[in-house]
Write a protein that binds this ligand. Structure first.
Ligand code: CA
Length: 248
């Protein structure tokens, strides 16, 4: 059974979420504070499959909880609940390591669809990367990894290796990277990435994408200010190049 951790201090909201998520067949645990949520996720990560994290909490707020969770090496898919009319909260949430967000008040079917989406993308990441590896000229290593130069991404472990260094990736970082790798050599627009990686159709601030690119460049580029793998295509978006030495 899929286990959802709901982090929400307002009891009527937490109760409503519990009732409706249980009706969908999920097992639900509620944490009323960020501290309690961190305790649970860090000490018992195997008990949580997906987190719904409210921003407004007593004590540690949702952003702090999010970044502490990621710093502790816990990369469970997490959806943040932010206040409507605060687009900067969305960007802060993504920067802290959130995988998705929803603004309050939200429609329940949308929340459930987003949770399903997070779980589905996790599976999708795990199972279909072998198609990419099979069509790429680099000899495929284990089927859930993609290698370029001395770097390799393990989409199962959500881990990027550069030489001897390992960088944990959030689910969204891995999704963004995987999307770019699938379109290797071709420019991809921010709009398409938002639609296909996040499932966002509405007018969303595309700068959220840029934050991901900045973080990914820090991991994979020798000099992030002069990227060779993750190129900016002015007026369009980005292009991933696996072997820059071949095209230069
Ligand atoms: Ca709250």
């Amino acid at each position: 059974m899929i286990r959802v951790l709901v982090v929400e201090d307002e009891q009527h909201l937490a109760d409503g979420l519990r009732f409706n998520l249980e009706a969908e067949g999920y097992q639900v645990q509620v944490a009323e504070t960020g501290e309690a949520a961190l305790d649970l996720v860090i000490t018992e990560p195997s008990l949580v499959d997906v987190v719904v994290l409210d921003v407004m909490l007593p004590g540690k707020d949702g952003f702090t909880v999010m970044s502490e969770m990621r710093r502790a090496g816990q990369f469970v898919p997490t959806l943040m609940l932010t206040a409507r009319g605060h687009p900067e909260d969305v960007l802060r949430g993504f920067a802290a390591g959130a995988d998705d967000y929803l603004t309050k008040p939200f429609e329940l079917p949308i929340l459930i669809a987003r949770i399903r989406g997070l779980l589905r993308r996790r599976e999708w990441l795990r199972t279909t990367l072998n198609n990419v590896a099979a069509t790429h000229t680099t000899p495929p290593e284990p089927k859930d990894t993609f290698s370029f130069g001395e770097k390799s991404v393990n989409f199962d472990l959500l881990e990027l290796r550069v030489g001897d260094q390992k960088f944990p990736l959030t689910l969204m970082e891995a999704n963004v990277l995987r999307y770019l790798i699938r379109h290797e050599g071709k420019p991809v627009s921010r709009k398409h990435m938002l639609e296909e990686v996040w499932g966002l159709q509405e007018d969303t601030d595309t700068r959220a994408i840029d934050n991901f690119i900045v973080r990914l460049r820090r991991y994979i580029e020798t000099d992030p200010s002069r990227p060779r793998h993750l190129l900016t295509i002015r007026g369009v978006g980005y292009r991933f190049v696996a072997s820059p030495e071949k095209t230069e």
